[in-house]
Design a protein around this ligand. Structure first.
Ligand code: DOR
Ligand code: ZN
Length: 348
């Protein structure tokens, strides 16, 4: 059969993105809104978004950065040790919060106020379980004795498995899975445990950080792992299981903060996100499964309606620029300098 040259799919959503604030928000929001109808917006601002009031003010700033767009920002609450179950419940029930995010304290960017032990947020988790509010999990332990490449695997054993046992009715999303162990855990859990998959964890293994020299633009958290893990993540994402869905984890940082003696974690993939996913799905012979992954599984998990419109991907080579406009000297997009085979061509 001839290779397809055009792919029309239901309008997709991004179930995990960092759009930041201020000048960075202005620079990056349009990339996400151009490709996706809705996105789950991460709350790790400085200071973090911990109240419904702060989330709705942030949602207004996102709207203001996207004049004329019909994009919907779905807001999240950053959980701290003192998370207030009533604030979570009222924020969820009033439609401000779509979910709450568990960052283990010090696991990643702006996570200093994160959760130091799951037992501290039991009242919050009980409330969330009772009302069907999803818990989004950054699944890495922070114990400095645990090798950085093992932090997700150890989190499964020490934290995620007990959490799912204790809160069997809680909807949980294992964000940005990067290991075989995380994929197996999600596959082996009930239907209320799902996962997001980033384009970069489908595309790169840990060698990308050291290709001919140190490559800070390939550094993110969870850090890319060995090839066997990348292949396991690819198998899970393209398996057709409804538990896996699109979440870019696009995480822009100004170049000065990436190329630094202590560079920030984060890969800015929003400008060519669908192009990157399409490449991975095609390489797995699974282009026919891209639509469910990108446009159906996440919405179904969250209990949101499917988007109505359709978008087009064309088999047209796209040269990814070295930088895109943004604060400072510009931002370095994922796949900078590469050519991708599929091009996002907008609404049908
Ligand atoms: O690479 C990452 N960047 N991982 C995260 O968990 C946070 C994110 C960010 O906010 O920069
Ligand atoms: Zn993230």
């Amino acid at each position: 059969m001839a290779e397809p040259t055009r792919l029309v799919i239901r309008r997709p959503d991004d179930w995990h993105v960092h759009v930041r604030d201020g000048a960075m928000l202005e620079a990056v929001a349009g990339f996400t809104a151009r490709q996706f109808a809705r996105a789950i917006v991460m709350p790790n601002l400085d200071p973090p978004i911990t109240t419904a009031g702060a989330a709705s003010a942030y949602r207004e700033r996102i709207r203001a950065a996207l004049p004329g767009s019909d994009f919907t920002a779905l807001m999240t609450c950053y959980l701290t040790d003192s998370a207030d179950p009533r604030e979570l419940a009222s924020g969820f029930e009033s439609g401000v919060f779509a979910a709450a995010k568990l960052y283990p304290a010090h696991a990643t960017t702006n996570s200093a106020f994160g959760v130091t032990a799951v037992r501290n947020i039991r009242p919050a988790l009980e409330a969330m379980q009772g009302i069907g509010m999803p818990l989004l999990v950054h699944g890495e332990v922070t114990d400095p004795d645990v090798d950085v490449f093992d932090r997700e695997k150890v989190f499964v054993e020490r934290v995620f498995a007990p959490l799912v046992r204790d809160f069997p009715g809680l909807k949980t999303v294992f964000e940005h899975v990067s290991t075989k162990e995380a994929c197996d855990f999600v596959l082996g859990s009930g239907p209320n445990v799902a996962a997001t998959v980033t384009p970069h964890h489908l595309a790169i293994n840990r060698n990308a950080m050291f290709a001919g020299g140190f490559r800070p633009h390939s550094y993110c958290l969870p850090v890319a792992k060995r090839e066997e893990h990348r292949l396991a993540v690819r198998r899970a994402a393209t398996s057709g299981s409804p538990k896996f869905f699109l979440g870019t984890d696009s995480a822009p940082h100004v170049v000065e903060r990436k190329q630094s003696a202590c560079g920030c974690a984060g890969i800015f993939n929003a400008p060519f996100a669908l192009e990157s996913y399409a490449a991975a799905f095609e390489e797995e012979g699974a282009l026919d499964r891209l639509e469910a992954f990108a446009s159906e599984n996440g919405a179904r998990f969250y209990g949101s309606p499917l988007n109505e419109g359709r978008i087009v991907l064309e088999r047209v080579a796209v040269a990814v620029p070295d930088t895109v406009a943004g604060p400072g000297d510009g931002l370095v997009p994922f796949h900078a300098g590469e050519t991708l085979e599929w091009r996002f061509a907008g609404a049908e």
